[in-house]
Design a binder for this molecule. Structure first.
Ligand code: G
Ligand code: G
Ligand code: MN
Length: 265
C-alpha cells in the first residue's frame, strides 16, 4: 500500500493503509485545550486522533474515522488512544489536579459494556480518576441504540464517575430528544453556532435557543471552534462557561501541551 492515500480512497484501501499505519506506529494524539472563558485558565483537553503520513502531513480523522467505524476498527483504535493518552498525560495530570481529558466515542462503544472496563484498564491503572475522563458522543451515534443498551452503558459510565458530553450540539436531528433520553452532564455547542456570532457579538437565534435548552437542564456548556476574541467575549457574556478553538490553541502534541500549560501557570 502506497502512502499517502487521498482522503477519498476506497474504504478497503484506507483500512489496509491504516493497518500499516498502526504497525508503523504512525498514529498519534493531539490535544486541544479547553479553557474557562472568564479566566482563560485551561481546564482540560480533547483528545483527537492523528495519522501521520511519511511526509509529516496528517490524514484527516474525517477521512479515516468513518471507515474505522464501518469496519469495527474504531474499538481497538480508541483503546489504543486511551492507553497512549493515559501514559502521555499522567505527568501533567499529577501536577494539575483539575485537568480532564475528553475522549470521542463511536456508536460501537454503546453496543456492549466493554468500554466501561477499557476505560478503567487504561486510565484507572494510570492513576487518572474517572471523573477526570470525559466522554463525548454525538446524537448520531446514539441513534443506533438498540434495546436500551446505550442507556445502560451510559448509566454505568456515569456511575463510575465519568462525565458525559453531547458533542456537536445543534447539528443532530433530535439533539433535544437525546438530552431527554440520556444522562448527559455537558453539551458541546457546535462550531457552526460560534462561527455565526456577528462581529458586534450578536448571537444567532439558534445559539440562543441552544443555550436555553442547556440551561434548563443545568448542563455544563463548552463552545467549540472559537477563532476570534469577540466570539469568546460574546459567549462568556451569554453565560457559556468553557470553550476551545484556534483562538486559544489548535490541537497540539503532548510536548507542546506541556509548554502551553507552563506558559500559563
Ligand atoms: O481535528 P479534527 O479534524 O481532529 O477531527 C475531525 C473529526 O474526527 C471530529 O469530528 C472528531 O470528533 C473526530 N475524531 C477525532 N479523533 C477521534 C477519535 O479518537 N474517535 C472518534 N470517534 N472520533 C474522533
Ligand atoms: O467533532 P469534534 O467536535 O469532536 O471535532 C473537533 C474538530 O474541530 C476537530 O476537527 C478540530 O481540529 C476542529 N477545530 C478545533 N478548533 C477549531 C477552530 O477554532 N475552528 C475550526 N474551524 N475547527 C476547529
Ligand atoms: Mn468532540
Amino acid at each position: 500500500m502506497k502512502l499517502p492515500l487521498p482522503d477519498s480512497a476506497p474504504i478497503g484501501d484506507m483500512m489496509a493503509a491504516l493497518d500499516s499505519a498502526i504497525a508503523a506506529d504512525a498514529l498519534s494524539i493531539h490535544y486541544q485545550p479547553v479553557v474557562a472563558l472568564a479566566s482563560g485558565r485551561m481546564v482540560g483537553v480533547e483528545a483527537l486522533m492523528r495519522w501521520a503520513r511519511p511526509d509529516g502531513s496528517f490524514v484527516s480523522p474525517d477521512a479515516f474515522v468513518p471507515s474505522a467505524e464501518a469496519t469495527g476498527r474504531i474499538v481497538p483504535m480508541t483503546e489504543w488512544l486511551m492507553r497512549r493518552a493515559a501514559v502521555e498525560l499522567a505527568p501533567l495530570f499529577a501536577q494539575q489536579a483539575e485537568l480532564y481529558i475528553a475522549v470521542n466515542l463511536s456508536a460501537q462503544h454503546f453496543e456492549s459494556e466493554r468500554i466501561v472496563d477499557a476505560l478503567d484498564a487504561c486510565f484507572g491503572q494510570a492513576g487518572i480518576a474517572a471523573r477526570r475522563v470525559h466522554l463525548e458522543v454525538t446524537e448520531r451515534e446514539l441513534l443506533h441504540n438498540r434495546d436500551g443498551l446505550a442507556l445502560s452503558v451510559m448509566t454505568a459510565l456515569r456511575r463510575r464517575g465519568h462525565v458525559l458530553a453531547l458533542d456537536d450540539f445543534g447539528t443532530g436531528y433530535s439533539d433535544r430528544a437525546a438530552l431527554d433520553r440520556f444522562p448527559f452532564d455537558a453539551l458541546k455547542i457546535d462550531k457552526s453556532f460560534v462561527a455565526a456570532i456577528a462581529d458586534d457579538g450578536a448571537p444567532d437565534e439558534k445559539l440562543l435557543r441552544a443555550l436555553v435548552i442547556a440551561n434548563a437542564r443545568r448542563l455544563t456548556i463548552v463552545a467549540e471552534g472559537i477563532e476570534h476574541s469577540h466570539q469568546a467575549t460574546a459567549l462568556a457574556a451569554l453565560g457559556v462557561g468553557y470553550g476551545q478553538g484556534h483562538f486559544y490553541s489548535e490541537p497540539i502534541n503532548v510536548a507542546t501541551l506541556a509548554d502551553y500549560l507552563a506558559a500559563r501557570a
